[in-house]
Design a protein around this ligand. Sequence first.
Ligand code: ADP
Ligand code: MG
Length: 447
Amino acid sequence: MSFENLDLHPAILHALQEAGYTEPTPIQAQAIPEIMAGHDLMASAQTGTGKTAAFTLPAINLLVTPHPARSRGPRILVLVPTRELAQQVNEAARKYGKFMRSRAVSIVGGMPYPVQNKLLSQPLDILVATPGRLLDHMERGRIDFSRLQMLVLDEADRMLDMGFMPDVERICAALPSERQTLMFSATFDGVIGKIALQLLKKPKSIHVAAPQTKHENIEQRLHFVDDLNHKNKLLEHLLIAPEVKQTIVFTSTKRHAELLSEDLIAAGHRAAALHGDMTQGARNRTLTKLRHGNVNVLVATDVAARGIDVAGISHVINYDLPKFAEDYVHRIGRTGRAGRKGTAISFAAHNERFALRKIEQFTGHRIEAAVIPGLEPQRKPQAAKPGAKHGHKHGSGKFTGNKFGGNKFDDNKKSGFKPRQNQSYGGQKRRDDGKPSFKPRGNRNFA
Ligand code: ADP
Ligand code: MG
């Protein structure tokens, strides 16, 4: 099957050729004809399977036919959960619409209103938005939806998780009812399925499932960790390996992302944090640095890193395991992009086996445990040695307090691991080979 079979306008085919796409992905091959036939759609497929183009291509194709109305509001609205995703969809729309006269604009939170007001006052075809900010503008009467023909809800399950559904429903209620609605979601189980039935009219349903065969180009493994000290040593060991080009390290909270990135920078790594408390400008600058290779360790939270598409990411490290099995798939999908090979490494405390099992069930893929000589886990003996009872929340997965204070507890004797040098803090330490070495600062207090 080739794109030529899909009845897309030659200008779009030209753009696809330039993008280097030779054939549609399965979700594209299935969804595009249904969308072009005018059906509502509920579609689910794994991350990285090309869902953006699956809706963007037929959406742009719609623009080939001029709209009879004189007004200038958007003809296509795409709602997404995060700013990063908005930007990616916007870029995709521009890329695929390169040889057509179409205008795409994105409106997200965290950007100045005057700039957005100006964007919205000009004629536009495609509007990509996060729900909250869009609703703000709608309530101020700044958007004319009289021409709206198509609504796309991308990552609908995530919008539900993030509490955007009331906003989404209000937006939908304000749009022309004769529109076409497309909904993309990792799953349509439970609440999101009910919402789909409310929002969609006689939808076609497409589910591309191949969890066992997906991510074949991503090597997955895990390390059992005893405690934070152990985690930090493993992280350091992994980051300085020569095959590690660019890495995304996932932490469970924004704060931890911030602090871990600070520690990595202090240790001489070109690290940066990416999380939802940063301004849009700061996030963009960080992503640009990542794209250009000026940052090679990005410490990120799930939401902020979702959808990042940087071909140079060779490794994903789950410093903290994700809360939801589905997030695991989104995380590891940041590597192995554009047909390259990737490696995903998870750290798991011994008592996180249940969470691991859930991930394995979700992906249908067993994650093998690996050990690094000298950094093997030392399962705590049942009867703790005297002095070993240091009140450390051992592998609780929550690690309250003293998050990066691993050095407080000298596990080295137990593990037989010899630190390269005496622990010292505050200086930029470099190894002889010029690779930075990571020394977590001790006694960080998070309370
Ligand atoms: P999803 O939304 O399903 O997670 P994306 O739409 O972000 O996936 O696409 C993942 C990557 O695949 C992007 O880098 C995109 O440019 C690329 N891609 C999409 N469709 C094709 C195609 N038909 N051929 C080659 N690459 C593609
Ligand atoms: Mg997507």
